[in-house]
Design a protein around this ligand. Structure first.
Ligand code: SF4
Length: 406
């Protein structure tokens, strides 16, 4: 008897209107709407907040969360699972748990036990080819929320593999999206990939392309970041660049140019067309949020920036990096991090985003008197209600210090 075919929903579950009210109640903020309408500025007493013009939930996250709520409604009485975090925001993930959605990564859950009656939601950053095949074989009903921008990267990586190019992926090797993207290269027997984190790692590989080197040393340096059977002497002869969609756009573009130059140096200009490929695969939402903080910092001079988002959210960490290069910046997960007008809990900017739990507390973060100008932005997985609560808390701290003064 053949295995039951999985039912895969990629285009919503016809319950959009039914969940619209629930979504608005859980994630919207009337205050943030008002700030938007007031030219992205909020003023109260000595506090002035400038909100970036693009911030918070992106189209991919919006859709993923919407599908999760729809799935819960569409399959009452059935177990609905997520393969792991739907997006990198603890508040949103906890809300989904409270809706009765179970996380396969939570203690006590076991993906081996899934079967025909179970519904499994795939997150916005996708799952690996192997995981997808396994869930399909188990006969689960799959609700696929993989973002279209991620699918676009996969399309390019598959094409590289088909045509014999090694995918050089600018990304974080432990990030779910990068793992899923890399797995696409393995759809073809000749498919290869190598993940580079940043310019430093890209420079090491480019140096190898130009001058050769010790393959064992290169493999040791990039342990865990390349496909099975990767041979630097063979697999770096034809390369195609791709990236995790949430990386720093300027860095991704620079890395692409570094590889182009290395291939040109090694094989000559004429050979470039047959040895090097690149596609801009940063998603537009990531780019718009990065552009918006750059514009904010060009037009305003805040005393400090607050960047709100999950500590394992790659795009939030990159927004914080951009801001920290210009002004004192705190990456906070939620309003609970604002302990008082004196103390703030935050993630040190530049710490690896895949290391969870790294947080420090700083004192004296808010000047106690005088006009206070705060720049504010939020990563693509941060809902508006969290942004609104941060503004309210700031307002409260500034009102307190005003009272003390008077
Ligand atoms: S950050 Fe970009 S790729 Fe990721 S879910 Fe949002 S729109 Fe999609």
């Amino acid at each position: 008897m053949s295995a039951p075919q999985p039912l895969i929903f990629r285009k919503g579950l016809d319950m959009k209107e039914a969940v619209a009210g629930e979504l608005a109640a859980a994630y919207d903020s009337a205050l943030v709407d008002r700030v938007r309408e007031s030219d992205f500025q909020f003023t109260s007493g000595r506090l002035i907040v400038h909100l970036a013009r693009e911030f918070g939930f992106c189209y991919g996250v919006d859709r993923a969360v919407d599908y999760a709520y729809q799935a819960r409604r569409r399959f009452p009485g059935r177990n609905v699972f997520l393969t792991g975090e739907i997006i990198h925001n603890p508040y949103v993930n906890d809300r989904l748990r409270s809706e009765g959605i179970r996380f396969l990564t939570d203690p006590g859950e076991n993906a081996d036990r899934l079967g025909n009656d179970d519904v499994v939601i795939l997150p916005a950053f996708g799952v690996t080819v192997r995981e997808m095949a396994r869930l399909s074989n188990q006969g689960c009903t799959l609700v696929d929320t993989t973002c279209g921008s991620v699918l676009n990267v996969w399309k390019n990586v598959v094409r590289y593999a088909q045509d014999g190019y090694t995918a050089i992926i600018h990304g974080k090797v432990k990030h779910e999206e990068t793992r899923a993207t890399a797995s696409q290269a393995l759809k073809y027997p000749q498919g290869r990939y190598l993940v580079v984190l940043d310019r430093v790692e890209a420079a090491i590989v480019c140096d190898y392309i130009r001058h050769d080197g010790d393959p064992a040393a290169l493999l040791e340096r990039f342990a865990g970041a390349f496909s099975p059977g990767f041979d630097p002497d063979v697999d770096l002869q034809r390369v195609g660049c791709a990236n995790q969609t949430t990386m720093l756009m300027t860095e991704s573009l620079e890395i692409g140019e570094m590889f182009r130059a290395a291939m040109r140096d090694r094989y000559g200009e004429e050979a470039l067309a047959s040895r090097f490929r690149a596609f801009d695969t940063i998603c537009s939402a990531t780019q718009e949020r990065q552009d918006a903080v750059i514009a904010l910092l060009e037009h305003q001079t805040p005393d400090l920036m607050l960047v709100i988002g999950g500590y394992n959210s790659s795009n939030t960490c990159n927004l914080a990096r951009i801001c920290a290069a210009k002004v004192r910046t705190y990456h906070i997960a939620d309003p609970g991090c604002l302990l008082s007008g004196d103390e703030i809990r935050h993630r040190p900017v530049g710490a690896p985003s895949t290391t969870s739990g790294l947080e420090e507390t700083s004192r004296g973060w808010l000047p106690p008197t005088g006009t206070l100008v705060v720049g504010l932005t939020a990563g693509a997985s941060t809902p508006n209600n969290i942004v609104g609560e941060v503004i309210r808390k700031l307002e409260g701290f500034c009102a307190d210090t005003q009272k003390v003064k008077s």
